[in-house]
Design a protein around this ligand. Structure first.
Ligand code: PLP
Length: 376
């Protein structure tokens, strides 16, 4: 079978290997069969292993996109009388705030600038003056800007004040090395279409068993999206409570084989090589980013729209798209940006090809090179 290869530079779903795509083509199977359960048990262990969790961590699978894990952790892990504390410095932590509001959870929101690391003393101040904080929530890597948050430091503060840490690692997990112990992470999460380079529809939470067990008697704010209920069902039966995304799970199994074959360190080097090639092309064409490179994750570059009357994101996008390269609009309010991301089964050579196509797109549309910016 010959499947057209597209290079996806959007922040997930990622470019996948053909072996992962084809792993979905399997005989029809009822997911309640033992044969299917025998896939999920080792998968749960593998997902914990990726972030170096030991026996005190478990993973719980859900059928849904990555946002389901934000929803599940926030709504399930808050006891009555406790407050959620969300550090908000980007569009993904804004999503966490929106979820807390949708459930009407008591919430402390700390707004921080989107282009620099959050202020640890402001975080500590809040923890010090509120003894009813249930958990601290921070996005590991803000995919809208590419900002890497100081999760280890925030986790240490959470623990110092008797709370625990939930972090959304969706756009970092299985891309950069993460160690839940070293980084003071009690709960993290991801979805199969990002770091592990699988298909959409499967997401997972990795977290401390003891805290999940404690949450048994916390208010149940959702029936489908409850962490304890899904965990308990897995432990008792080896299955997901409701129908799992069968073919996506077969693809994830293959993706995990390929993840461990490539290896954590080699994979991270490959993503860094890709980002270096992205940065080189930006510098050559004069494209400017939102963030200084010191605070970037190395996985997402958010680029300002050039100030050129001939610049049209849609036209450039369409030109690149027709040639097999997908670029993605930004997520920053009041500022035109687009993003180039280093996830997926791609390498430096793909980026070099991409920049040739992108440059042609600028030329075809009459955008001046190097690109121009009005502000200093
Ligand atoms: C991709 C992503 C998600 C999940 O988004 P979905 O559209 O639900 O898959 C959540 N958090 C972060 C940081 C992400 O990058």
């Amino acid at each position: 079978m010959n499947i057209k290869r597209n290079v996806l530079l959007n922040p997930g779903p990622a470019t996948t290997t053909d072996t992962v795509k084809l792993a979905q083509v399997v005989p029809d199977i009822c997911p309640r069969e033992k044969e299917f359960q025998s896939i999920m048990a080792p998968m749960r262990d593998d997902l914990v292993r990726i972030v170096h969790g030991g026996d005190d961590y478990t993973s719980v699978l859900f059928c849904g996109s990555g946002t389901i894990c934000i929803d599940v952790t926030l709504n399930s892990l808050l006891d009555a009388e406790k407050k959620a504390f969300v550090i908000n410095n980007g569009s993904y932590s804004q999503r966490a705030v929106d979820i807390c509001k949708a459930y009407d959870l008591p919430l402390i929101e700390l707004k921080q600038p989107i282009n620099s690391k959050p202020d640890l003393s402001a975080i500590e101040e809040i923890l010090k003056s509120n003894d009813d904080i249930g958990y601290v929530y921070i996005t590991y890597h803000e995919t809208g800007t590419g900002l890497l948050n100081p999760v280890k430091e925030v986790g240490a503060l959470a623990h110092k004040y008797g709370s625990f840490l939930i972090t959304d690692t969706t756009s970092a997990y299985a891309m950069m090395p993460i160690n839940v112990y070293d980084e003071n992470i009690d709960f993290c999460m991801a979805s199969a279409q990002k770091g592990i380079m699988g298909m959409t529809g499967l997401s997972f939470i990795i977290g401390r068993k003891s805290i999940i067990e404690e949450s048994k008697n916390y208010p149940k704010r959702s029936y489908y999206c409850n962490l304890y209920m899904q965990y308990e069902y897995f432990e008792r039966t080896g299955e997901m409570h409701f129908t799992p995304p069968v073919q996506t799970i077969y693809a994830a199994r293959q993706a995990l084989i390929e993840y461990f074959e490539e290896g954590e360190i080699k994979k991270w080097s490959r993503h860094q090589r890709v980002m270096d090639a992205i940065h080189k092309g930006e510098d050559r064409l004069g494209l400017k980013e939102i963030l200084s490179r010191e605070v970037q994750s190395g996985l997402v570059s958010a680029i300002k729209y050039p100030d050129d009357i001939n610049w049209s994101f849609d036209k450039i996008h369409d030109y690149c798209y027709e040639r097999g390269f997908t670029i993605y609009p930004g997520k920053i309010e009041n500022q035109g940006t687009f993003r180039l991301c280093a996830l997926g089964a791609i390498d430096e050579a793909d980026i070099n090809e991409f920049w040739k196509v992108f440059e042609n797109a600028l030329v075809e549309n009459g955008v001046r090179i190097p690109v121009q910016y009005i502000e200093a």
